[in-house]
Structure formats: structure tokens, C-alpha cells
Ligand binder design. Structure first.
Ligand code: NAD
Length: 355
């Protein structure tokens, strides 16, 4: 299994994007984001996405060098169209404008439609939290067929629709919840299938609606259905994400009247809040710190070493992988190198980058 440093992956990702037509700023944002996802432990949303991006660039369903088009901007409301551009650049700009609006009005509601894949949603909550803002994000995923079965359904009708929320601390997020609303994210099924490992029980249905642990049925043709997380409650949240992101934003939902080009389009409704507009900021920080300490002091259940809060596993993984490198599965690594060659990087250039 190749172990690659974050720096090497960053250089490789930037080079692939640049060779595929991205301007340097966009290539750097894509690399920051994808490598950041690997560092956080989410290989499902890291550099392993590059083969998909290259395929979609080649097919003209992912467009380099786009900027969000302003559909409506009035007071705290901002409606943007991502124009099928790289989500890493489009969402970054959407959050930048949303934060500026929240600073002015106390709150901003950003409706982002029609962006190509915006990756790990926690990245956007981190952008808000680092600027001192709390945020909530509802996201849907369209442009491919449905892959998530609602509670009680034997076939899929949604995407993996992530939900994310973060409260700012002294420096970055104090707590950051960021999750797919399927029990398992599709990218995690891909990584498990690449590693030849079974997916957890009760997380996947086959094409007949029967439980299976063989994740490979989802590739390349999405033959089965991931099960929504959290029984009826998680399934309900998945549906809320679909409607808030896909309908309330003025974007599109998964319903079959819309053409599907075979890419990964995200719509996202973000609410960005300036804590100072609701009360004393320092008091909020102190109250949150006290609550976090109290929650973490709870006696762990038998067999559990420590009570963790959302965001902590990613922080720890980041420290570990920054120090020791990122262990990619062999299949993902070969697919990334093949994608690099496809956009015209010669073996000599690749050898220079990856050593
Ligand atoms: P996950 O299940 O690994 O983690 C979900 C949340 O639980 C995180 O906030 C994490 O910090 C927390 N957590 C994990 N283990 C914990 C523990 N032991 N104790 C307490 N908290 C814990 O994440 P996931 O659902 O597999 O999602 C992976 C990533 O995929 C996310 O970053 C998400 O944004 C992304 N995603 C993106 C899309 C898209 O279309 N762009 C679609 C689906 C998912």
C-alpha cells in the first residue's frame, strides 16, 4: 500500500488539474481540499476523486475556471449558480461571499446551485468557523442515479446527502459535525471495495433489495442501494437535505424529470451566523467550552476508551497523517496515476513529482 506525503499529493493534484486546464489558483484550491480530506481521514473524498474529475472534465460535464454566477443578492440572501465548475473553487467563493454578508447582516443564507462536487462539507464549515462564524449546511447530490434507500425502501431514491454544522471556537471550529446521511458514504464503499473488504452489515442492499456486504456491486454501475443512516430519523434528515438543498435553493432534486449527465452535482443551502449578532461572543465561547468539557467527562461505556465529540477523530487523524504520510490503497493510487497520464502528464514529469 503506497504511503505518500501530503506535499507530494498536493503537487500531483495541482499538476493534474493544471494539465486538465485549471488556472493555478483553482488547481491549488482543489489540491488543498482533496489533500485536506485525506489528512482528515476521509479518503472517500480525497485525491481518489481525481479519476472521476478527469473523466467528467473529458466529457465536458465538469468545467474548469468557472466562478459562481450571482442569481440574487439582497440583504442576507445570496443565490449563486456554480455553473458546473470545480466545487472546491465555487464553494470557497460562495462561503467567502456568505461570510462577508453575515458580517454585515448578522446572518447569511447562501443558496448554491449546480456546482460540481464540493467534496468534504466540513471544509466549508471550517472556512466559516475560522472566520469566527457558526454555520449549518444541507447538501444534496444529483447528476447520477439514486444510490440511497430511505427507511423501509428496497431501492434507492436519493444521493448520500451530507449534513454539516459547526460552532466556532477560539481558533477554528469548537465542534464540527460532518456526515453523509447514508450509513456509509459511497466513497467509503469504493475504498472498501478497492481494498477487498466487506462493508458493515445492514448498510447496503443489492439490486433485488436484499442486504449484501459486497461493495463492488456499486462500481461502476451503481447496482445497489446504500441504506440511510439512523433508521427513520436519519432517513428523515436525508430527505430534508434533499429538499432544502435541491428545492429550497431553486436547484434540482433527484426526481427523475431532470436529465442526469453521469457526473456529481451538489446543491447546498448554508446558513452562516455571526455569534456576536445573537449575544456576547466571549460568553458563547465560554459556555460552549464548559459544555464540551462536561460532555467529554462522561464515563465511557465498557469497551470505549474515551468519549469523542464530532470533529475530534478528524483532528487526530490530521496530526497522525501530517506526521507519517497518507496510506492510499493500491487501486486508487494506480487510478490517479492513470488519470494523470490521461490529461497528458508524461512519465518523466510524474516521476519528478512522486519520486
Ligand atoms: P463519518 O461517519 O466518518 O463521520 C461523521 C461524523 O461523526 C463526523 O463529524 C465525525 O467527526 C464524527 N465521528 C466519527 N467517529 C466518531 C466517534 N467515535 N465519536 C464521536 N464522533 C465521531 O463521516 P461520513 O458520514 O462517512 O462522511 C464522510 C465525508 O463525506 C464527510 O466529510 C461528508 O461531507 C462527505 N460527503 C460528501 C458528499 C458530497 O456529495 N459532496 C456526499 C456524502 C458525504
Amino acid at each position: 500500500m503506497p504511503i505518500v506525503t501530503a506535499l507530494t499529493l498536493h503537487r500531483l493534484t495541482s499538476a493534474i488539474c493544471a494539465a486538465a486546464g485549471s488556472q493555478p489558483g483553482e488547481a491549488a484550491l482543489v489540491a488543498d481540499h482533496l489533500v485536506g480530506a485525506n489528512l482528515a481521514g476521509h479518503d472517500s473524498h480525497g485525491v481518489g476523486m481525481l479519476p472521476l474529475y478527469v473523466r467528467c472534465l473529458t466529457e465536458g460535464i465538469l468545467l474548469p475556471n468557472q466562478t459562481p454566477r450571482v442569481v440574487q443578492a439582497q440583504g442576507p440572501i445570496l443565490v449563486l449558480d456554480g455553473q458546473r465548475g470545480f466545487g472546491q473553487a465555487i464553494a470557497h467563493e460562495a462561503m467567502r461571499q456568505g461570510i462577508a454578508r453575515a458580517a454585515e447582516h448578522g446572518v447569511a443564507v447562501v443558496a448554491l446551485r449546480n456546482s460540481f462536487h464540493i467534496g468534504r462539507i466540513g471544509h466549508w464549515a471550517e472556512q466559516c468557523a475560522t472566520a469566527g462564524f457558526a454555520s449549518v449546511h444541507f447538501v444534496n447530490v444529483i447528476d447520477h442515479g439514486p444510490i440511497v434507500a430511505l427507511h423501509g425502501a428496497g431501492e434507492a431514491s436519493l444521493g448520500t446527502n451530507p449534513f454539516c454544522a459547526a460552532l466556532p471556537g477560539q481558533d477554528g471550529p469548537a465542534v464540527l459535525l460532518d456526515m453523509a446521511t447514508s450509513k456509509w458514504a459511497l466513497g467509503k464503499v469504493r475504498v472498501a471495495a478497492n481494498r477487498g473488504q466487506p462493508v458493515p452489515e445492514d448498510s447496503l442492499l443489492d439490486a433485488q433489495g436484499e442486504p449484501t456486504r459486497d461493495g463492488s456491486i456499486m462500481f461502476p454501475d451503481l447496482q445497489g442501494a446504500l441504506i440511510a443512516m439512523g433508521e427513520h430519523k436519519g432517513s428523515g434528515l436525508a430527505m430534508i437535505c434533499e429538499l432544502f438543498a435541491g428545492a429550497l435553493t431553486g436547484g434540482r432534486t433527484m426526481q427523475p424529470d431532470h436529465a442526469r449527465a453521469g457526473g456529481a452535482i451538489n446543491n447546498m443551502l448554508s446558513i452562516i451566523i455571526d455569534p456576536g449578532s445573537l449575544g456576547d461572543r466571549q460568553r458563547m465561547l465560554n459556555e460552549a467550552d464548559a459544555m464540551i468539557a462536561y460532555a467529554k467527562s462522561a464515563r465511557p461505556r465498557r469497551g470505549v476508551a474515551e468519549v469523542l465529540l464530532p470533529g475530534e477523530p478528524e483532528e487526530r487523524r490530521r496530526a497522525e497523517r501530517a506526521a507519517h504520510g497518507i496510506d492510499l490503497d493500491e487501486r486508487s493510487w494506480l487510478d490517479i496515476l492513470a488519470a494523470a497520464r490521461q490529461v497528458g502528464l508524461a512519465d518523466g514529469q510524474l516521476a519528478e513529482i512522486v519520486g
